[in-house]
Design a protein around this ligand. Structure first.
Ligand code: TXA
Ligand code: MG
Length: 310
């Protein structure tokens, strides 16, 4: 069910969950003032309870209500990238609902760039928003994807297709440096002029206190089995690749875009993974022969995770 801005605000302010567009991907939103709505997000997505949620705000000043203190370079990062696809992990005061932060002493904050999202946030106040997909599935980049996962009658604020198509980059400050806990739309190199260094990307797998709890789980995966690079087995009928490359004949090719345009590839990635499932394709070979710098790093990481078997 597609909602207008004011209908979406009314639903959220009454304690209901609504799917909301951002410039990155669609989010499944609940008001920070409605703990039951926040609880239902975990149930709707089948999201593990130990995977915390990003708090989205209309204005940077609103973070003062939550943040215990600000790490070095916080202002410079905020000035450079907000509103936009950057999420910053900050130490928080203890009045943030424990379910939002999964009991951690930190919270994740983002000011989205899409005008429609910020207009909504001005009407609702802070919203928690994980990506609007069933846990483990590719994120939703248009209302149809949300409806695929949650049903045709699920309330969606219609913002059309997301401009970026991949999630925000998440930065955490520890041991006197910022590190990337999730690669995203902003490449590691983008932070060099602001920080004076390129933050390292620290993935997380295994046990112990997670710096990025979500990184432990299977993500972004289609039902189809993905074969990442290597030789193309004759039984594979479908290829995910790039416009300027030639592939064996009699295979169906899904083009992500051009090797000269990683932004285009990023914006088509989840749509392509979902389309393969919609067409009932069981196996797809993915052309992994692309650079490993800038946005390509994020694209490679998403494809690698999408190809992981349980
Ligand atoms: O672009 C985005 O970030 C989208 C849009 C809707 O804003 N949101 C999104 O949310 O991708 P989600 O829940 O799919 O991913 C949020 C990630 C998870 O991996 C979670 O573990 C991590 O952020 N996270 C949240 N709070 C955290 C915290 N306090 N410390 C470390 N990681 C945190
Ligand atoms: Mg997600």
């Amino acid at each position: 069910m597609r909602l207008t801005l004011h209908q979406a605000a009314k639903e959220l302010n009454s304690g209901h969950v609504v799917a909301v567009p951002t410039e990155t991907v669609y989010g499944l939103a609940a008001s920070l003032d409605h703990p039951r709505a926040i609880e239902s997000i975990f149930a709707l997505k089948s999201r593990p309870r130990d995977n915390p949620l990003i708090i989205h705000l209309a204005e940077r000043e609103m973070i003062d209500r939550f943040a215990l203190n600000y790490p070095p370079h916080f202002d410079e990062l905020a000035d450079a990238f907000w509103p936009g696809p950057l999420t910053l992990i900050l130490p928080i005061k203890d009045d943030v609902p424990a379910s939002v932060c999964a009991g951690l002493s930190t919270g994740a904050f983002r000011i989205p760039a899409l005008d429609l999202t910020r207009s909504l946030l001005k009407l609702t106040g802070p919203l928690v928003m994980p990506s609007a997909n069933l846990s483990g599935r590719p994120s939703a980049t248009c209302p149809e994807h949300v409806e695929e996962d949650f049903g045709a009658f699920f309330p969606v604020l219609d913002g059309g297709v997301c401009m970026k198509g991949l999630e925000s980059t998440i930065l955490l400050h520890r041991e006197s440096e910022w590190v990337i806990t999730r690669l995203g739309v902003l490449s590691p190199e983008a932070f060099l002029p602001i920080l004076g260094y390129t933050p390292r990307s620290i993935g997380f797998k295994g046990s112990g206190t997670p710096l990025s709890p979500g990184q432990r789980y299977r993500h972004y995966a289609p039902i189809a089995r993905l074969w990442l690079g290597g030789s193309i087995h004759s039984s594979i009928s479908c290829i995910i690749g790039f416009k300027e490359c030639s592939y064996p004949p009699n295979k169906r090719v899904f083009y992500l875009g051009s090797l000269g345009n990683p932004e285009e590839v990023a914006s088509n990635l989840y749509q392509t993974l979902r389309q393969i499932d919609a067409e009932g394709i069981s196996d797809a070979w993915v052309d992994m022969d692309f650079p490993r710098t800038g946005l390509w790093l994020t694209i490679a990481e998403r494809l690698t995770k999408a190809g992981e078997r349980m």
